[in-house]
Ligand binder design. Structure first.
Ligand code: ZN
Length: 391
């Protein structure tokens, strides 16, 4: 072997070792630095909250991004907010797992384009499957498979819910054994379709039951609240909404521009969701719902998940989430509001998944009735899934 060949060989070996090390350590480091909580576990409760907690049988949350980070959800972590052991300890009955596929560089709340992507390099360096490195529909499917894989390896502790029948079956099992938990799949941003409507059916086959047309930038479907156009639904977007609702995929207006929410409400044939939001009345932000939209979503039988992070509530305390919940209840009643934490969404959430019961204290302090607290904690999501998931 020539000297040059030896040097090239050595460089390749070093690169391979560096790549291997990055696949082992990088994902965890990124995950740990992006996903933090403002109040650390274990969480303390008042006596009154503890009494009520004993009677709460079902807790649900409409949004988390735990699948983005290549985290082994079967194991307990001392960072981030969600994994199956902590879901079990927190009494979580149903957690939405939402798939993110593209995050623009310099991401902000006011104006982004989809020209750049911060996720490509971490997907490569973390050793995620090669097909997901540059293709957003594959990046979606890889995350779907990951959740199914966790369910398969969970020894019956965790299930992925796809139909009303799955959910009823799970609820009756859980009645006998509360030490099981479940999730369902959603997508945040339909750039994941790669402009191909048939991908809606492919994602449905992979178990996706909720889709938000936009995330931080405009897509073929229409305008993001954080995009450039702030526009409504495009003709492609209208076709996509129609197909989603034919399949009983929940339409999620999180991150949508006001015009987009108006258009979706106008053409929707089914109740719609905002999976993680705040309300303008307690926190003015482009990502938060106006009273007009809260009323319209409720009038259509929809559901609003209130976020647990400063971007949605303008404050880093659980009390701010409770105030937004109280506003929705005062405006439209207690049947249309739930949790939509945004756990592990590259934000600092108020608590991790074991801390949801802390919100019981905060809601009691605001004078929300015990019956209404049950609805917010999980009963509303339970009923919504029983009514709106595919048969
Ligand atoms: Zn989001």
């Amino acid at each position: 072997m020539t000297r040059t060949a030896k040097i090239v060989g050595l460089i390749l070996v070093i690169l391979a070792i560096l790549y291997l090390l990055s696949t082992i350590f990088l994902a965890g480091r990124i995950d740990r630095s992006y996903n933090t909580v403002s109040v650390k576990a274990p969480y303390q409760h008042s006596d009154r909250a503890l009494r009520l907690l004993d009677s709460i049988r079902f807790i649900a949350d409409l949004h988390c991004d735990a699948l983005l980070w290549d985290r082994n959800l079967l194991k307990e972590h001392n960072y981030g907010a969600v994994d199956i052991p902590r879901m079990l300890r927190g009494g979580m009955g149903l957690q939405a797992f939402t798939i993110v596929t593209k995050v623009p560089k310099g991401m902000n709340y006011t104006s982004n384009t989809g020209e750049t992507d911060q996720l490509t390099l971490p997907f490569i360096l973390a050793g995620r499957p090669m097909r997901s490195w540059f293709d957003l529909s594959q990046r979606t499917l890889v995350q779907c498979m990951a959740l199914h894989d966790f369910a398969r390896k969970s020894e019956g502790r965790f299930e992925v819910i796809e139909t009303k029948a799955d959910f009823k079956n799970y609820l009756s099992k859980r009645h006998a054994n509360p030490n099981i938990t479940a999730g369902f799949l959603g997508i945040e941003g339909l750039q994941a379709l790669e402009a191909d409507l048939e991908n809606i059916d492919r994602f449905y086959q992979a178990g996706v039951r909720m889709m938000a047309p936009v995330h931080f930038f405009d897509t073929e479907l229409g305008g993001s609240a954080h995009g450039v156009s702030k526009g409504g639904l495009t003709p492609f977007g209208k076709k996509a909404i129609r197909r989603m609702q034919e399949l009983d995929i929940l339409v999620d207006v999180a991150h949508a521009s006001e015009a987009m929410i108006d258009d979706i409400l106008r053409i929707s044939q089914k109740p719609i969701i905002n999976s993680h939001t705040g309300v303008q009345a307690t926190c003015k932000s482009v990502r938060n719902l106006s009273d007009k939209h809260i009323r319209q979503i409720a009038a259509g039988g929809g559901l609003i998940g209130i976020g647990m992070f400063e971007g949605a509530t303008c404050d880093d305390t659980p009390a701010s989430t409770a105030r937004a919940i109280k506003h929705v209840i005062d405006l439209v009643g207690a049947d249309y509001v739930a949790f939509g934490s945004d756990f592990d969404g590259a934000v600092r959430t108020h608590t991790d998944v074991t801390g949801l019961k802390l919100y019981v204290d905060e809601m009691l302090q605001l004078g929300i009735s015990e019956a209404d607290i049950h609805k917010v904690m999980g009963e509303n999501v339970k009923n919504f899934v029983l009514q709106n998931f595919p048969d």
